[in-house]
Write a protein that binds this ligand. Sequence first.
Ligand SMILES: NC(=O)N[C@@H](CC(=O)O)C(=O)O
Ligand SMILES: [Zn+2]
Ligand SMILES: [Zn+2]
Length: 425
Amino acid sequence: MTVIKNAKVLLNDELVQRDVQYKDGKIVAISKVIDDTNDRYFDAKQAFLTAGLIDVHVHFREPGFEYKETIATGSKAAARGGFTTVIAMPNLNPVPDNPKLLADQIQRNTDNGLIHIAQYGAISANLTATKISDIKGMAEAGAAAFTNDGKGVQTADTMLQAMQAAASVNKPLAAHLEDDSLLHGGVMNAGATAQKLELPGITGLAESTQLARDLVLAKATGVHYHVAHISTKESVALVRMAKSAGVNVTAEVSPHHLLLADDDIKSDNALFKMNPPLRAQADREALISGLLDGTIDMVATDHAPHGSEEKSKSFRESPFGITGIETSFQLLYTHLVKSGVMTLATLMKRMVASPAETFQLKAPTNIAVGEVADLALFDLEHESDITVDDFQSLGKNSPFVGWRVFGKTLATWVDGEIVYEDQTK
Ligand SMILES: NC(=O)N[C@@H](CC(=O)O)C(=O)O
Ligand SMILES: [Zn+2]
Ligand SMILES: [Zn+2]
């Protein structure tokens, strides 16, 4: 048995000191003081202990793009970020778009992962076909949910069929919203910054028009429809309206869309290039309000590592996406909780309970006797700079490098095993 001594845990929205004891991967006791001389000890030194974070949107790049990330490096990065369960995206090579490839991918995740990795199956072949994949077969092979993330589903007919199939197997369908006909080669948000930098813009309409279409289809099919990386105020308003109209819709927002806007882009620096693009300050404010009132159910990082060389190119040439799983808790704790925008309890709900419940994941949502010991320990008092050298991810492409943050991860446990421990104490 092991005891984590002197931890601070959230109880009725308050941080209280507790000792937490686990055995064979499960929590067996929680008490103000546990003194068992036979136990191994881990001194939490008053740091914040929580059920491990959950990220429903990560890109681990294996197979196909191992120079960007592997399942081993991606899950190491996740563990360093305090994450114990993630759902991995299918924009791989080969794309898991049939039951055999999906089963292979699940096996690869299990063999090479350090944390729990659930897997999305692709809606259609190679993420682009109009004919839908064998969604029932992939559900039977263990797919957690379905998406073509990286590509928008261009025709209503493909989306309708995918929703019907996902609904019939009772799995969520997650949408990367992007109407290709509205893109016009854009690489950042259409607005003053794009004009100043003379770069082609992407309007919010590319997202919100497809969302409006999908919400009507979701209502008709009853599917659990999930909006990936929501980015505009119009989209937040649409989701709010749809929820009140009884549509079974959930939404995620990324840390970067909560903390950055296009006016933070001062030069042609592709570390700020991602899809959807950073929007205007008014959009950012709407996303924060949506996360506060529950219109947006959860945070998801959209951890999208790329090679340093490709990301050092110009905005026009570099790929979309930023690495993010290692910095998300620190950034959101510092800039939303410590700054007084939301409580720690609300942030944890959006990073643990809500993703677990929404995606029906087998992951603990709180620290309780009998629960699996998937845990993360954060030092809320520790202040440091985000540094590339500390990244476990192969992706160094973060616009947050140099930001000063509180809340470094001290340790992460999966099934009662330490999978990350800070060495700089
Ligand atoms: N978000 C991104 O900018 N890029 C993602 C794809 C995606 O999430 O759409 C990627 O795979 O690199
Ligand atoms: Zn996407
Ligand atoms: Zn993505």
